[in-house]
Write a protein that binds this ligand. Structure first.
Ligand code: ZN
Ligand code: ZN
Length: 265
């Protein structure tokens, strides 16, 4: 049965209240861990407070958007993604401690987080984003900005998902071939630019992916699914960050064709 908007709003508000209680319990729990050093305790307390803060922000953005202005979907989407990332981080922190209470708190956090996050995501139209309505399929995967810059576009919605350009990064004195993906940015010796740009002209993304695997990381172009031979944005290549004991470990991507691979390590 589908809830009305006011019922739905009431439900989200209730869930946020519950999440706030769980947050306070986790904060108390960390405050009692006197064996842990204080900076770490404070950091982990900050992390759990951040989850609640991000979700409240998403909720406020949603309320303001009755008139629906551009950029709204983007900012709610980013806030919800960042709440989810923080949630995974806090779960890994709670799991790093072998303590019965921490396990119970992790369970409670999971339940109450999902109760807030899911309806907010559905209301924010992320459901729509995932079911590729209102989207513009790009005519070509490669968008040439000029002789020194190329973009790779999401094959479903046309969002810029990867960039190659010639420029001078902060750390360098000379021009380099800069790449910017969904999860990381980096640069290569400029001698490779011609080869990469030639492949871009021919839309040979698989070729560039293999080349990046060879000269840079085993993950290659993070926005590219080799099984589909397609490029996806961060909304369509569903990103799943893995956190271990409060530290970022890696990111997996799952494409709309359900191919899953590690895209950042
Ligand atoms: Zn997309
Ligand atoms: Zn795929």
């Amino acid at each position: 049965m589908r809830r009305t908007t006011s019922e739905e709003n009431w439900y989200v508000q209730e869930s946020l209240e519950k999440l706030k209680e769980v947050r306070d319990q986790i904060v108390n729990f960390w405050n009692w861990q006197s064996a842990m050093d204080e900076p770490q305790r404070n950091m982990w307390i900050g992390d759990v407070q951040d989850i609640y803060y991000q979700l409240i922000t998403a909720w406020d953005l949603r309320k303001q958007s009755a008139k629906e202005h551009s950029g709204y979907y983007n900012s709610v989407h980013l806030t919800l993604a960042s709440a989810q990332s923080r949630f995974k981080q806090v779960m890994s922190e709670l799991h790093s401690i072998s303590h019965k209470r921490a396990a119970v708190l992790a369970q409670e956090l999971q339940a109450s987080f999902e109760e807030c996050w899911k309806p907010l995501a559905i209301q924010a139209g992320i459901e729509e984003l995932l079911s590729d309505k209102k989207m513009e399929r790009p005519e070509s995967v490669v968008n040439k900005i000029g002789n020194t810059e190329y973009q790779l576009l999401c094959s479903i919605c046309g969002t810029i998902s990867y960039v190659f350009k010639i420029g001078t990064p902060h750390h360098a004195k000379d021009k380099r071939l800069i790449y910017k993906g969904l999860t990381h940015t980096g640069d290569l010796d400029i001698q490779y630019a011609n080869r990469v740009f030639e492949w871009l002209e021919q839309e040979k993304i698989a070729e560039i992916h293999r080349f990046m695997q060879k000269v840079r990381t085993a993950q290659g172009i993070d926005a590219y699914c080799p099984d589909c031979d397609k490029v996806y944005c961060c909304g369509h290549y569903f990103l799943d960050e893995v956190w271990d004991e409060g530290f970022y470990d890696c990111t997996y991507g799952t494409c709309p064709g359900n191919h899953r691979r590690m895209i950042d390590d």
